[in-house]
Design a protein around this ligand. Structure first.
Ligand code: F6R
Length: 263
């Protein structure tokens, strides 16, 4: 593993580059285990997608080996398609149950995932409530993130705005970016089946997490990683906004995703 601070004009971000994604995911799981061992009621912000699956496998392994208990932990997931049933295997509620929650000793009512079944007229209120639950729980001790090819974090998609307002986005219903929908098409059996909308935790709650781990693997993430770390913080590359909290952020990359940092 090589580790360094990537310094650009606005921030010094901690970057760790691993030989492969498996090593990076083990290291990410280790950081989460250490946190929960120290603070057994840790508040974890969790991500879905292909990137963190091995992290969850390692957390399950460590739990089954008796190294870590989750009975006091609370989790808050980043996002959920809208509308979607939690019983659908494309839903993020299903994903979390399948990859993590059902294998560890966390009570169901301590796992929070935005609800893709709320009526449209309540979606905004549900999003407000969800963010207030994070707040009432004392905020997030750790936020795990992946990154979209378009630089999104959660489903905070690229858009034109000032950095200040882009860092202050509330939890809300959003329209998905065409790149995000295209990337989700295989899982939904075709673009026409991908929801056009999603509920997402906003940048405000993400950036308030006391520690932020962002994972990116593979050559198809290299451009987004490069733009996020080497360019200025801009709303059109949402992960670049992490520079505004560089002291809390650790980028965990494989060599392919880090390729653009050398050039
Ligand atoms: C998922 C999420 C997204 C993903 C991103 C990368 O909860 O918040 O931002 O992290 O789209 O997805 P994968 O890991 O599938 O490449």
């Amino acid at each position: 593993m090589s580790q360094f601070r990537f310094i650009n004009s606005s921030a010094a971000s901690e970057v760790r580059i691993y030989r492969n994604s498996g090593d990076a995911c083990k290291a990410a799981a280790e950081l989460i285990v250490e946190l929960v061992q120290k603070k057994n009621d840790a508040r974890l912000g969790l991500a879905t997608g292909s990137t963190p699956i091995p992290v969850y496998q390692e957390l399950v392994r460590q739990h089954q080996a008796g190294s870590v208990a989750f009975s006091q932990v609370q989790t808050f997931n980043l996002d959920e398609y809208y509308p979607i049933s939690p019983l659908s295997d494309q839903s993020y509620r299903w994903f979390m149950n399948h990859h993590l929650f059902k294998h560890i000793n966390i009570p169901a009512n301590q796992t929070h995932v935005l609800d893709g079944t709320v009526p449209a007229s309540f979606a905004d209120q549900h999003a407000v409530d969800f963010e207030s639950w994070i707040h009432q729980a004392g905020g997030l001790d750790l936020q795990l993130l992946g990154i979209g090819r378009n630089g999104h974090i959660g489903f905070n998609e690229p858009f034109e705005a000032s950095v200040e307002s882009a860092c202050n986005l509330p939890t809300r219903l959003v329209e998905l970016h065409p790149v995000t929908r295209a990337d989700a098409a295989p899982a939904f059996g075709g673009l026409e089946n991908v929801p056009t909308h999603a509920l997402t935790v906003g940048t405000r709650a993400i950036l308030n997490a006391r520690r932020i781990l962002i994972l990116a693997f593979g050559a198809n993430k290299a451009d987004a990683v490069k733009a996020s770390l080497t360019g200025p913080p801009v709303s059109t590359v949402p992960a670049s906004l992490l520079q505004m909290r560089a002291d809390r952020v650790v980028w965990m990359l494989d060599e392919a995703a880090a390729a653009g940092l050398n050039s």
